[in-house]
Design a protein. Structure first.
Ligand code: UDP
Length: 328
């Protein structure tokens, strides 16, 4: 049995779908602060908080959990800069509580949702796993500290983990039944979709004076189902005896904010109203992944290998669910 923390959230729920479609037994553990019960599908659901170590332990025992995929975390770069207490508390201390319960119940395998934000501004065109990790945001720092906790728990208690450092998760499940729904929304592609759906007047582009060809930030967008597949491959590798590891997950192509807007306009066939607004604190200029390591070691390969395909899947969800999930 696999326990998925944050399994009602965006990346978590897509991974749960993928696990269930491959026949795995899953228990979702989520406090529903930001997640949606509708997104959980047919997995077992336990409403709980990471800080509830007793409930975690009971859940591990009750369902015979042998591995964990850990998504539950706050994930907004901008908010992390103005509310570091919330981020260090939930992400770092919350993970420590999860690890405490895992050690107590001898749950040995952990796949962890880390982030490209752990690298910060490396100055490198393409970031590999050996690039220096110097986060520019509190959010990135929390993810780096979470990686460090796991490394120390491996040394001391033999916990085996894989940290997956995602670049920009995007898109939605091919069924169009689940997708991205944050409240308030802060991510680029769903915000553009809100403009197209008439839910927002215009997109604010955070700065056009970055050291990039068109002055806007460059990111590497990776489809949510490709991310889900990587989690399953990582877990399977640990269960077959692999050592702890860290892998980047991206497509290896960078797109500027302006290029993303233009791609959406092309795919959807409608103009997107936008304006340039001041930079957002904590944003590095360029984040593009080398994912060669996971391709080579785990045989992972992104199926959604173009921004057009990713945007089309996002539009399938947003155009049919302009208000997101029914339950907020
Ligand atoms: N962005 C923007 N306007 C918005 C939201 C995002 O210009 O309303 C930019 C942001 O500065 C970044 C990129 O879009 O360069 C992707 O941001 P997002 O929040 O989606 O993901 P992040 O890179 O923070 O993980």
């Amino acid at each position: 049995m696999i326990l998925v923390t944050g399994g009602a959230g965006y990346i978590g729920s897509h991974t749960v779908r993928e696990l269930r479609s491959r026949g795995y037994d899953v228990v979702v553990y989520d406090n529903l602060t930001t997640g949606h019960i509708e997104a959980v599908g047919d997995a077992i659901f336990v409403k709980g908080d990471l800080f509830d170590v007793e409930l975690l332990k009971d859940t591990f025992k009750k369902y015979g959990v042998d591995s964990v995929i850990h998504f539950a975390a706050y994930s907004l770069v901008g908010e992390s800069m103005t509310n570091p207490l919330k981020y260090y508390h939930n992400n770092v201390a919350g993970t420590l509580a999860l690890l405490e319960a895992m050690v107590a119940c001898d749950v040995k395998y952990l796949v962890f949702s880390s982030s490209a934000a752990t690298y910060g501004d490396t100055g490198e065109d393409i970031i590999s796993e050996t690039s220096p990790q110097k986060p520019t945001s509190v959010y990135g720092m929390t993810k780096l500290m979470m990686e460090q906790l796991m490394a120390d728990f491996d040394k001391a208690y033999g916990l085996k983990y894989v940290a997956l450092r995602y670049f920009n998760a995007a898109g939605a499940h091919e069924s169009g039944e689940i997708g991205e729904d944050h409240n308030p929304e802060s991510h680029l592609i769903p915000i553009i979709m809100q403009v197209l759906n008439g839910k927002r007047e215009k997109l604010g582009i955070f700065g056009d004076d970055y050291p990039t060809p068109d002055g806007t930030c460059i990111r590497d967008y990776i489809h949510i189902t490709d991310l889900a597949d990587a989690h399953i491959k990582a877990l399977e590798s640990l269960k077959s005896g692999a050592s702890s590891n860290a892998y980047n997950l991206g497509n290896g192509n960078g797109f500027s904010v302006k290029e993303v807007v233009e791609t959406v306009e092309k795919v959807v066939g409608k103009p997107v109203k936008r304006e340039i607004v001041p930079r957002r604190a904590g944003d590095p200029a360029v984040l593009v992944a080398s994912s060669d390591k996971i391709k080579k070691e785990l045989g992972w390969k992104p199926e959604y290998d173009s921004l057009e395909k990713i945007v089309a899947s996002a539009w399938k969800w947003h155009s049919t669910h302009p208000d997101g999930f029914k339950t907020k």
